[in-house]
Design a protein around this ligand. Structure first.
Ligand code: HEC
Ligand code: HEC
Length: 223
């Protein structure tokens, strides 16, 4: 290559990528405002409560903070608000094994915190953090999923329960639930957990009876 060709390659090559860089920058700046919902008074108040109790001393949010406790950015997508409120006020009341301390959060403060966490869960982060691989939560391996298994996934049960080693630890493990509970108990408990376990922290399953039956069927198969 002659000197001239090399110089031209350098100048036009740099120019070419600089133009692409500018275009991408404008594109990103134009989208930034739309990536987070409006910050309301309540959200702001929730952030103040977040600081007051130093939640970040144990948790991460948007990836920042301590790795002692789970990331909370998308928590309101994963667990129902009623449950979360109860947990914040008194973690052990939802799950005897909970290790988060009872911090003295009031009911009002819990509402504000949830408004804040709801706001963070709506921030568009291009799919970060990646969702855990729940496809195999039911039967490990490439087997076709049954309808009950599919419901188990779409209703978010694995956020709180473990089957075959995959899932959350809020509720009891379900790997052998079919040997422990019978059909009537399971069906009734899904419709109204409180009737079977007083002060249960498990949310009612919001689904048609036919689907609850399929879910029950799946539970009975876990032995
Ligand atoms: C001393 C450490 C610590 C502090 C401080 C703390 N947490 Fe936690 N938190 C935990 C741990 C550990 C867990 C995991 C579940 C468990 O074992 O209790 C947790 C779980 C949670 C959960 C999820 C519950 C679930 O079932 O998935 C939420 C929501 C939560 N914390 C919110 C908060 C908020 C909001 C604050 C600040 C007001 C806070 N935490 C302060 C340790 C802490
Ligand atoms: C927010 C957390 C949470 C979610 C979501 C959740 N559960 Fe639970 N579940 C619990 C807790 C806490 C208990 C223990 C209290 C009780 O038995 O009611 C429980 C109990 C159970 C039990 C009884 C276990 C036993 O050993 O007695 C079954 C079965 C069950 N859940 C199935 C499910 C299914 C299926 C789904 C999805 C439709 C689901 N859960 C969603 C928290 C949850």
């Amino acid at each position: 290559m002659s000197n001239k060709a090399a110089r031209n390659l350098f100048i036009f090559g740099s120019l070419f990528f600089f133009v692409i860089f500018l275009a991408l920058t404008f594109d990103t700046m134009g989208k930034l405002d739309k990536r987070a919902p409006v910050i309301t008074e309540e959200v702001n108040a929730g952030k103040m409560v977040w600081h007051k109790y130093d939640c970040i001393g144990c948790h991460t949010i948007l990836g920042n903070g301590s790795y002692f406790a789970p990331e909370l950015m998308k928590i309101t997508e994963k667990k129902p608000k009623g449950y979360l409120k109860q947990f914040l006020i008194d973690p052990k009341s939802t799950n005897a094994r909970a290790t988060m301390p009872k911090l003295g959060i009031t009911s009002e403060e819990a509402d504000k915190l949830l408004a804040f966490l709801d706001w963070t869960s709506k921030i568009d982060t291009n799919g970060w953090p990646p969702k855990p691989i729940l496809a195999t939560a039911a039967g490990v391996g490439g087997k076709e999923l049954s309808e009950g298994q599919r419901l188990y996934q779409s209703l978010g049960c694995s956020g709180c329960h473990i089957i075959n080693g995959i899932g959350g630890t809020t509720g009891p493990e379900l790997t052998y639930i079919g040997s422990k509970r019978n059909r009537d108990w399971l069906f009734g408990h899904f419709k109204d957990p409180d009737k079977f376990v007083p002060k249960s922290a498990m949310p009612k399953v919001e689904a048609a009876d036919a689907d609850i039956e399929k879910l029950t069927e799946y539970m009975l198969s876990l032995k």
